[in-house]
Design a protein. Structure first.
Length: 249
């Protein structure tokens, strides 16, 4: 969401996003599994989740992983606090966090709200212990997801949407940030809901859509990224590109 930036965007509509995640928490299970599998957090490790939204990651990592939630939006911080999530209030760079102390930094679908991807990756690399692992996943420029977000979502959400998406230079950015053993992985999966109505309601709330009917939302999803119907479920086809790397030992 272009010029507004992450914090301003979700101060405006983080409550509705959190409503969607709270009411239908399993819809994005495959998305969370994609990034967690890449980073492979282990009991006893410290994981920085940035931006953490309402604190959705902590319940999905193995027991014994210490999750430090870092969040820029006051709306998300307050919503998380109501559920016992004590987020560190900071920008996406994690200002104020101790350097070189985390085993893992994970960022899921927050970077496209900011244009300084090189600076974010460098800042997160600086938070890692030697040999620590980083995974950052976001939408790919020119993809069906990007077209949907900047097109349909941008038209119907009050904050607009003009994302700064991942391109073909992601490996170069990771190298410049100081990461080693870099991989770039494209993930494909679904957001699964129990019905068309639930999928439309979830997306309407998550993206903060106003003045648009459920059938219009479904039609836009069908046009792209597309919908799969299987065994009584309905799934939005979705995917992110992830960069995976390690801080030098």
């Amino acid at each position: 969401m272009g010029d507004a930036g992450y914090g301003d965007t979700f101060d405006a509509r983080g409550g509705r996003y959190d409503d969607a995640m709270g009411r239908w928490p399993s819809v994005r299970d495959e998305e969370f599994a994609f990034v967690i599998d890449l980073v492979d957090p282990r009991p006893g490790e410290t994981l920085i989740d940035v931006p953490s939204g309402g604190g959705y990651l902590a319940d999905r990592v193995p027991a014994g992983v210490v999750v430090i939630a870092v969040e820029a939006s006051e709306a998300f911080i307050e919503r998380g606090r109501q559920r016992g999530v004590r987020a560190v209030a900071a920008g996406l760079r994690g200002e104020g966090l101790a350097p070189a102390h985390a085993d893992v930094v994970l960022s899921l679908a927050g970077m496209h709200h900011e244009d300084d991807h090189d600076e974010l990756l460098a800042a997160w690399t600086g938070l890692l212990r030697p040999g620590g692992r980083l995974v950052a996943a976001d939408v790919v420029a020119g993809s069906a997801e990007a077209v949907f977000l900047d097109g349909f979502v941008g038209e119907w959400t009050a904050t607009g949407h003009a994302g700064h998406y991942f391109g073909d230079d992601l490996r170069d950015l990771a190298e410049a940030a100081g990461l080693a053993d870099i991989r770039v992985v494209d993930g494909r999966y679904h957001w699964w809901a129990e019905s068309d109505d639930v999928l439309a309601a979830f997306c309407t709330s998550l993206f903060g859509l106003d003045g648009v009917a459920p059938e219009q939302v479904l039609a836009a999803l069908e046009r792209g990224p597309g919908i799969t119907r299987d065994a009584g479920r309905v799934g939005l086809r979705w995917g992110l590109r992830a960069v995976v790397g390690r801080a030098p030992s």
